[in-house]
Write a protein of this length. Structure first.
Length: 512
């Protein structure tokens, strides 16, 4: 048997689809489109609001409709990918996302825009977990997996900043509608490429009956949670509906866990999240995203409102962060991932990012971009890129092939919920600090120019106050990564991980 196995082993290692690197191009392109969409629309929002006559009270729904559908349906989308097959779910997700983008670009009313954004979220929730789980089942060799997830991690981390540049160009030089239409060529190329190139390994589908109670409870619970944080940002944490959403979310998600522990074919097998390493990844990644989402928001306003940058110049100001993320992910992360344990990349990575955040707490109205913002962004990018790549790889590594979709969906869920929390929590902290600063000093400002200066100083005071919290959150993410994540280096002997170790069956490689 050993002789047969040894002879079969080289063949098995060559068995993965020879077109997997081409497939990575199309998977990465689809991921870039989804990540771009998170920031590109924000820059177009003021122009779209004016054209479509959307009120100030309703404009948040351009962002919220997408976030609710995307965040609420991710687990369902991951399970559908496991059931239908990742390639099919991926292509359908791309086609639907393109159609919804076309509808958004052609919107003539606010309601049409909100509907298009919700549809984008629905198909994004199918597309995102399918893309990540395709990588999980197609790249099983440790070194190849490191390279593939390095590229994916760089796009996942840096795509939002790229969206700021592209959104600035399209809004300033063309029309806000192109921030939607630009998705169509991305989706068409990615879908066509995936259809002809991707050959998903056989035997990885989960054909169990769909857990309908789990679908309903998880969707309603996640929607309540995301909406609770979204509403907290605009209406306050003590608002009765905000509190009601949080209570409802807690009850629904607790009920979901109880149901999943008892049904025969759960939507989210609890072994996926109770594994020590994956649980540590989901938690630390979610915390890091809380810090990052708030930062994007503050830096965008700081550069445009305080420093007077145009949308395009603001986008280019984020380039050092993109360069840092790509370098951290494809050079540092990829080169070290097969040599050191994941926690030794994730923990220090989050700490380097925290150091970049720490520099930004020194921001003032007259701060130099080159002396302060540039090094801070480079450190943020390097740290996040180095941490994101092993985190995304570890989140799906060793998971049963039938669970790859929901494991991937959990990565996206931690990011989506983290983004909602980060935007609401840090924005609330910033707004409170700004209000307090202005109230204390506006009385001594005798001229309009002095009053304007106090207001700008108040804004910066708010940003730096919130960024201090973001520093603490990143340090917490580093501590969690260093203490909870105890997997050994890929290809080596994993450190014992308790009960979850028994679930770490390798993903089978099937010849085509």
């Amino acid at each position: 048997m050993s002789e047969t196995a040894s002879k079969a082993s080289p063949a098995a290692s060559l068995a993965p689809d020879p077109g997997r690197w081409k497939a990575l191009v199309f998977i990465a392109l689809a991921q870039l489109m989804v990540v771009l969409d998170a920031t590109i629309v924000n820059i177009a929002l003021p122009s779209a609001q004016q054209d479509l006559g959307i009120s100030d009270g309703n404009r948040q729904w351009v962002v919220t409709a997408y976030a609710l559908a995307f965040g609420g349906l991710l687990l369902f989308g991951g399970r559908i990918a496991d059931l239908w097959g990742r390639k099919r779910a991926f292509v359908i997700g791309l086609a639907g996302f393109a159609a919804a983008s076309a509808l958004g670009g052609a919107a003539t009313t606010g309601a049409m825009m909100f509907g298009a954004r919700a549809l984008q979220g629905v198909f994004g929730a199918l597309l995102a977990p399918a893309a990540l789980s395709l990588l999980a089942v197609m790249f099983t060799d440790a070194r190849e997996r490191a390279k593939a997830f390095g590229i994916y991690g760089a796009i996942a981390g840096g795509g939002g900043a790229v969206g700021l540049i592209l959104g600035g160009f399209l809004t300033e030089y063309l029309d806000w509608r192109w921030t939607f239409f630009v998705n169509i060529p991305f989706a068409v190329v990615a879908a066509a490429g995936a259809w002809f190139v991707i050959r998903e390994p056989r035997g990885g589908r989960n054909r169990s009956s769909l857990d309908i109670p789990g679908v309903i409870l998880s969707t309603l619970g996640l929607v309540s949670l995301v909406y609770g944080f979204t509403r907290a940002e605009s209406d306050g944490w003590s608002d009765s509906l905000t509190v009601g959403m949080f209570v409802a979310s807690a009850v629904l998600l607790l009920s979901f866990v109880l149901v999943e522990s008892r049904v025969r074919a759960p939507l989210l097998p609890l072994r996926v999240v109770t594994d020590r390493n994956r649980g540590g990844v989901y938690l630390s990644l979610g915390l890091a995203i809380i810090a990052m989402f708030g930062l994007f928001l503050f830096l965008t306003y700081y550069l445009q409102v305080v420093k007077g940058y145009s949308p395009v110049r603001t986008g280019f100001a984020f380039l050092p962060m993109i360069v840092g993320m790509i370098t951290g992910s494809t050079q540092i992360g990829t080169r070290l991932m097969t040599r050191v344990a994941p926690r030794l990349l994730m923990g220090p990575g989050f700490l380097v990012a925290a150091l970049g955040m720490l520099l930004l707490t020194q921001m003032e109205t007259g701060s130099s971009y080159a002396a302060l913002l540039l090094p801070a962004m480079l450190l943020l990018g390097l740290g996040m890129g180095s941490a994101f790549m092993p985190a995304m790889s570890l989140a799906t590594q060793g998971v049963r092939p039938q669970d790859a979709g929901v494991a991937s969906a959990m990565v996206n869920t931690s990011q989506q919920v983290g983004g909602a929390i980060g935007t609401a929590l840090l924005n609330t902290i910033a707004a409170s600090a700004t209000t307090s600063y202005i109230a204390d000093r506006i009385g001594s400002a005798s001229s309009p120019s002095q009053q304007r200066l106090v207001q700008l100083e108040g804004m910066v005071e708010g940003y730096t106050s919130a960024i201090w919290f973001a520093v603490g959150i990143l340090v917490a993410a580093a501590v969690i990564a260093l203490t909870l994540v105890n997997a050994g280096k890929p290809g080596g002997s994993p450190v014992a991980s308790g009960e979850g170790a028994q679930d770490e069956a390798p993903v089978p490689v099937v010849a085509h």
